[in-house]
Design a protein around this ligand. Sequence first.
Ligand code: ADP
Length: 455
Amino acid sequence: MKINPPGFRFKILFSYIVVILFSFGLAAYLLEKNLEGKSLFISLFFALGLAFVLGSLLAAGIIKPLNKIIHISRKFSRGDFSHKIYVDTKDEIGDLAVTLNKMAQGLQEKIREIEVKNQHLVAILESMAEGIIVLDKNSRLLSINSVTEKIFAITKHGSEGRGLLEVIPNNDIAEITSYILREGKFISRELSMVFPAEKIFRIDASPVFGSGQVSGCLLVIHDITRIRELETMRRDFVANVSHELKTPLTSIKGFVETLLEGAIDDKENSRHFLEIIRSHADRLDALVSDLLMLSRLESQQIPLEKEEVDLKGLADTVLAGFKSQLRKGSIQAANDLPHDLIVQADRSKIEQVFTNLIDNAIKFNHQGGTLRIYSQDAGDKIKITVEDSGIGIPPKDIPRIFERFYRVDKARSRELGGTGLGLSIVKHIIESHGGSVGVETTEGLGSKFRFILPK
Ligand code: ADP
């Protein structure tokens, strides 16, 4: 059988009874002793003092643990759970202390759980490639991730708690959020920004609900600048290829029709027409070969077959293949590469690089000009330069010269049998070897095309 310890109410009752009984006892004693005057007053004073001390002692037994509880509870309310309430009484106050300790422990566990969940949430937000903005129902920023910081050149610290327009002064985004907060429906919009950088974004905005009402808004910002750029590049490429193929094909078709309509019987002209057809067919052939080469390089279908390549020997072989063009243009060619210049590279691809650069250095040279190939040591890399004394490139065209189909003078390039793909093939090959390409040129004076290869 469980025996309940004396309760809190019992203790108070007990203190009252003790004080009353003591007072009665004292009164009876004084009446019996028949004390008078001063002695009665002293005895009464002494008896009341004793009753007060006794009462205080009993009250202290109740108040002290209560004070302890109040003191520690205040710490709990401030989130400090490092203390426990120790009350050794086995009454209601003891029960209260035990309950409060249990509640504090429960709270502490809950807080820890929330903290862990919060950490997971932050980790998810920070690992996302998209920008995230969480807003409250008054369009104030509650939370942003580091991608958002980068996109809008803002800081978490300086923006959280402030109004959206104040931090990100973009009317389109403000319009999206006010729509969401008003209508409570998901929307997705694409928008362009020029500040802090020229970018295109897709914003997916969804409402956040709390107690059945829109309590905020979540914006997920996807940077689609690169995707749009690639789409534009692909469109331009298809348009360029179609155009490049169409021009010679139209000519071939035209001359074939002329021949069929009777020109075939005109011995002198028919030969001339056939030569034109052949030159256009050659152009088509060159174009298709370059396109195939570029597509293979881009798709990395053919892996590099690296071997020890003697660059001087390779440049000599390529120059020998251009003997007749060099002679025709009276161009003085010099191969100043050192004999011991060996690199680990794909021979046929580096041969293609020399072929394209030497071809250009001859094509865009003046009659009687010069062509020189030389190298410079750059630590663990080697810099090869193909220098010519030709027409050079205007400054405005230099940044785009390695782009596909980019030509300073389209007509001249076509006339010379160019496809506009030679330099982009060079760039691809060198970059696939871990190197880089560049050009230094002065209009009217000549160009220095260089490529850097790891040794
Ligand atoms: P292509 O030579 O077939 O036209 P490239 O990609 O090799 O195509 O070159 C692109 C353009 O760069 C050329 O049309 C020409 O305008 C310019 N270019 C290339 N090499 C030189 C050079 N050595 N001197 C002057 N311009 C050049």
